[in-house]
Design a protein around this ligand. Structure first.
Ligand code: ADP
Length: 404
């Protein structure tokens, strides 16, 4: 049987997203999500040939149980023998990894060491790797790092204005995340504009639960809004994004917060959720504003959009030309309201939105949403899983081509 499929795994602390992909064209044969892992409500949803099947997971409810359940399904569809490698999304690769990497014991050790920079993500990614190694022993496992794409940033972009020794001794610098998404949409935008990627210039806004904006020159990241951790930059679903660091001291010294409480507040209780007091889900906040005229929902949307518009404008300092502004991610691909409200604040930079085009580009439809007298603005659905599958296949291919 022909081995031509990559299984892509994206492991969170209590979830596991998976997709079975043909790397040459991105065709997804099977996909799904295991949720509430490590609890008695653990369940798995598998989508195959247009049907979605949901089942509860048996004890011990963990990642390995989920992967074992997935393999049982793959076997019943006779897909397991077609898999030739596993591609893992790994959040933090620090300065150690700037390209896809075959996972060895040493690589796992480094991913573990980098947990100090991504305590919520890297340990979960390692759990997925270990579980996959047990279940798919003998298949190559490849790590695709979320930070890798941004390793091309120049020093002036990744250094913070703090003592240099903190960078030298502790690696405190900007790393950036969402790398596979920014890379994918820049590549797609270059194709749409019939420009060679190595002679192109884009600003991409990945707006999902997590949000980031990047400046991409000649297919390489030159700056990005997320930082040492995924807390910097624009406001997000539950994360604050940029704030005066003095607020942290104020919370601790004047209001008696512990460092854990501050971390929880800024990561889990802020952003759209914190300002609106309603939800971190953009659809719910839009509805609360459009249907109920809830003023806090409106405020949350206003702060969110203004901060993103300012971030986009700031990247004009990183580029000398611009072929397009790109919107992607769940919000960027679907919310005409958010896109319009961001773009109307960018008139000074010659971005103007076409209402009809903006309305047309939703739910998987890509295209231009600008007026004729505007700079190009594109909506491009992201496909991080395809990038992971493609890069995994390229790394393992005997005749390596393209970007690794
Ligand atoms: P993640 O970062 O977890 O991958 P997604 O990229 O799927 O998240 O984005 C999730 C966000 O996209 C949520 O805030 C959700 O409300 C928003 N979203 C999805 N569809 C729409 C829509 N039609 N209109 C507005 N927001 C949407």
């Amino acid at each position: 049987m022909k081995k031509n499929l990559i299984l892509v795994l994206n492991c969170g602390s209590s979830s596991l997203k998976f997709s079975l992909i043909k790397p040459e064209n991105g065709e997804t044969l099977l996909s799904g999500l295991a949720e509430r892992l490590l609890s008695e409500q653990a369940s798995i949803k598998i989508k195959y040939q247009g049907q979605t099947e949901q089942s509860v997971l048996a004890t011990p409810f963990g990642h390995q149980t989920a992967i074992t359940a997935l393999v049982a399904r793959l076997r019943s569809y006779e897909l397991n023998l077609q898999i030739f490698a596993i591609g893992h999304r790994v959040v933090h690769g620090g300065e150690n990894y700037c390209r896809p990497t075959l996972i060895t014991d040493d690589v796992k050790k480094t991913i573990n060491e980098l947990s100090k920079l991504a305590p919520l993500h890297n340990p979960a990614n390692l759990t997925g790797i270990n579980a996959a190694e047990t279940v798919f022993s003998g298949l190559p496992q490849v790590a695709i790092f979320d930070t890798a794409f941004h390793q091309t940033m120049p020093e002036k972009a990744y250094m913070y204005g703090i003592p240099y020794s903190l960078y030298q001794e502790h690696g405190i610098r900007k790393y950036g995340f969402h790398g596979t998404s920014h890379y994918f949409v820049a590549k797609e935008a270059a194709k749409i504009l019939l420009k060679p990627i190595n002679n192109s210039s884009f600003i991409s806004a990945h707006l999902g639960n997590g949000c980031s904006v990047s400046a991409i020159k000649n297919g390489e990241s030159v700056d990005t809004s997320l930082g040492l951790t995924p807390l910097e930059g624009v406001m997000m679903g539950t994360r604050s994004g940029d704030l005066d660091p003095g607020i942290i001291f104020h919370l601790i010294n004047q209001l008696g917060y512990s460092t854990e409480q501050v971390s929880y507040l800024l990561n889990k209780e802020s952003g759209l959720l914190g300002v609106s007091g309603l939800s971190n889900d953009c659809r719910e906040i839009e509805e609360a504003w459009l249907k109920d005229k809830n003023p806090r929902a409106k405020l949350a949307l206003d702060v969110f959009c203004y901060r993103i518009a300012k971030s986009i404008a700031s990247f004009s300092a990183s580029l000398t030309s611009l072929d397009a502004l790109i919107f992607t991610g769940g919000i960027g691909e679907n919310s005409q309201l958010i896109r319009e409200s961001i773009i109307v604040q960018l008139g000074l930079l010659n971005f103007f939105v076409s209402k009809t085009q903006n309305e047309a580009c939703r739910f998987g439809t890509s295209g231009f949403i600008n007026t004729e007298n505007s700079r190009n603005i594109l909506v491009i659905p992201t496909n991080e899983e395809w990038v992971i599958a493609e890069q995994t296949a390229q790394l393992l291919s005997p005749n390596k081509t393209g970007k690794e």
